[in-house]
Design a protein around this ligand. Structure first.
Ligand SMILES: C[S@@+](CC[C@H](N)C(=O)[O-])C[C@H]1O[C@@H](n2cnc3c(N)ncnc32)[C@H](O)[C@@H]1O
Length: 309
């Protein structure tokens, strides 16, 4: 129940080009699968600073690595990476930052967290329930157009309009409080069935991404990481969603080129020069890993390296 099988562990470690004395950041600790694998490669003066916005994940990290002075963990979202590092008095540039996006198995599997359409629970969906509004609170007040837009864009759901109408009609009678209730209303309004997929999959994913501001977090987290990387430091991002992957890919490409404003000009000011180099192509899980862990099927790892400038 409390387990999370980390994906692409060997690929991630290879991409980080781990230096035994390096300082690294795991922006998404989860249950520490990637953190543990990285710590196993670090010498006594290496460091790993982890983040998670979920207090249960942070508690796990504090317990599991209590005796390891190379490890520290902050209860914070990674958009606040820079502020937190400063608060922890970590001024050094980092040799690598890794992101493993989305939710962990313990979050999905605990009905009380409200992520699951399979197991009934309170309709929450926040990774950090101490901040922001729950899915229930958002669905109770959001305008119909906003609900439709979120489900259409973040869920890439063809039936967004129909689902948004059904949600608003139902909430006018009685607000949504439980995940099973929302899942049932959505299932009644999605006409086609994707094989192996619950009809509420796309809508739940969209609502979760919206409630947690996941794309905004990612944009801010990538930028904070880029700025904190040492020359030759590595930025490694595992995403599970096409919109996230697109954001990561564009971010890396944008910073791998000079500011287009200076295209064709003989000199480019330092502030407009590329700061990243894209390393290789997107990496996917092997067939053997997917057979062991079906969640790995949709994982994409992208890697970039900080340039000297
Ligand atoms: C897929 S899991 C990471 C699993 C981890 N790599 C492992 O091996 O156990 C994603 C984790 O990142 C956390 N998370 C997601 N978005 C976050 C954000 N914006 N800031 C901080 N933590 C975040 C979630 O709470 C969750 O615990």
């Amino acid at each position: 129940m409390n387990e999370h099988a980390p994906v692409l562990v060997d690929e991630l470690l290879a991409a980080l080009e781990v230096k035994a004395e390096g300082w690294y950041c795991d922006a998404t600790y989860g249950r520490g699968g990637h953190s543990a694998a990285l710590l196993a490669r670090l010498a006594g003066n290496g460091r790993l600073i982890a983040f998670d916005r979920d207090s249960q994940a942070v508690a796990d990290g504090r317990r599991r690595f209590a005796a390891d002075s190379r490890f520290a963990i902050a209860h914070a979202d990674f958009a606040r990476l820079e502020d937190e590092l400063v608060r922890m008095d970590i001024r050094r540039a980092l040799d690598g930052v890794m992101f493993d996006l989305g939710v962990s198995s313990p979050q999905l599997d605990d009905p009380q967290r409200g992520f699951s359409f399979m197991r009934d629970g309170p309709l929450d969906m926040r990774m950090d329930p101490s901040r922001g509004q729950s899915a229930a609170a958002w669905l109770a007040r959001a305008p119909l157009e906003e609900i439709q837009e979120v489900i259409a864009t973040l869920g890439e759901e063809r039936f967004a309009r129909r689902i948004a109408h059904a949600i608003v009609t139902r909430r006018n009678e009685r607000p949504f409080e439980r995940t099973a209730d929302l899942a049932a209303v959505i299932a009644d309004n999605v006409r086609t069935r994707e094989p192996g997929k619950h009809p509420a999959t796309r809508s739940f994913q969209a609502i979760r991404m919206h409630v947690n501001g996941e794309l905004e977090q990612l944009a801010a987290g990538l930028e904070a990481a880029r700025k904190r990387l040492a020359p030759c430091g590595r930025l490694c991002v595992i995403s599970f969603h096409s919109l996230e992957d697109r954001l990561v890919k564009r971010f890396m490409r944008r910073h791998a080129h000079a500011d287009p404003m200076y295209a064709g000009l003989p000199t480019i000011p330092p502030s407009a020069r590329p700061t990243l180099r894209v390393v290789g192509k997107a990496v996917h899980a092997s067939a053997a890993e997917i057979a062991r862990n079906p969640r790995a099927r949709s994982a994409t790892l992208r890697v970039a390296q900080r340039l000297d400038s």
